[in-house]
Design a protein around this ligand. Sequence first.
Ligand code: UD1
Length: 423
Amino acid sequence: MDSILVRGNGPLNGEIPIAGAKNACLTLMPATLLSDAPLTLTNAPRLSDIRTMTALLQSLGAEVASLQDGQVLALSSHDLNNHRADYEIVRKMRASILVLGPMLARHGHAEVSLPGGCAIGARPVDLHLKALEAMGAELDLRDGYVHAKAPLGGLKGGIVDFPFVSVGATENALMAATLAKGTTVLKNAAREPEIVDLAQCLRRMGAQIEGEGTSEITIQGVDSLGGATHPVVTDRIELGTYMLAPAIAGGEVECLGGRMELVAAFAEKLDAAGVSVTETARGLKVARRNGRVDAVDVVTEPFPGFPTDLQAQMMALMCTAAGKSVLEEKIFENRFMHAPELIRMGAQIDVHGGTATVTGVERLKGAPVMATDLRASVSLILAGLAAEGETIVSRVYHLDRGYERVEEKLGACGAHIERVKTE
Ligand code: UD1
């Protein structure tokens, strides 16, 4: 298992290219299941989660070719021969559930393993299932699988009123509704940029969708969808993560491809903490205004609020801020597993339920720490950039699920960071 070694060695200066969004790509790829015609995704990130989705789609009979060093994915589902998404693949990645809606909509039936629990909470899929039921699907949960059948003549448009905002459930419902008969209205829909990106791609394929990016999306079902070429939207979480690097270590970094509207709530918090974020022709330039950042409070919320996927990284920054900050996690229970690891580096953090109170210290100290999930692992690397001495982050397979070439990107700005290969 590889580890990452980081030595806190002062300010970072340079530019970091931001990749296409993992979470957008993981929902755009299953969209291939909706059509006979080819779907080409450009600006794809090169990540292990993308390879897992590739394996899942291939197991269903789809063709997925990875071109231009993985930055272009050529997908085709003209010949699906299997309608069962197996537990062996699904258990590796929750996003696998996103094949359910499209397979059901186009083929009238699907069997998808239930994803099971994950490190950051229970994360059920009940909202995905309720949405499909509202379109007439018959669902049967047995042997750990969802056995789904569309009524004779296919899914029917319906009104789906989500009791709370779910990104994944909105995506599954949106894809299924494109081929349902009649009109579907998704109420209290997620407004994340990844949803907007999915809607734009589906529209390129011939879908009739209105209202993406608002909490009510209306879809007029069509008989079939065609092919498309679509660029994956910039990864706002990778963007936010690298914006934190100069905030934590000093210096000035330009994040190429970054756009303010993707990270507005987050950039506002950085500004309040004393970190300036400036739009440039090529992206976002980030630098601390003074020596030490100020403590700010954060509450995670669905988009356009502060993203849960940046909470761990923001906590790393708050560990060395002047004063006390309160971070409240409202999306997932049990998403503070990075806190005990940061404490090993000298941070002062009290966790009570969904709230963490961080009292900033002058300087963190390097230590061997363990990554517990994707965003937690990168928060430990950020903390290592600001720490005295050496930090070794083990279990970095979590990191490889969501960040491509992290050593290269930070190394190019002067960070002392390397991957240590172990058998
Ligand atoms: C997606 C992202 C994940 C991100 C999260 C929040 C992907 C592959 N994953 O996850 O990285 O952290 O959005 O931005 O894009 N819930 C239910 N029932 C459901 C679905 C969700 O109770 O059927 C709950 C979840 O447990 C959670 C909340 O709803 O408490 C929000 O989850 P959701 O937005 O669905 O997150 P994911 O789509 O799983």
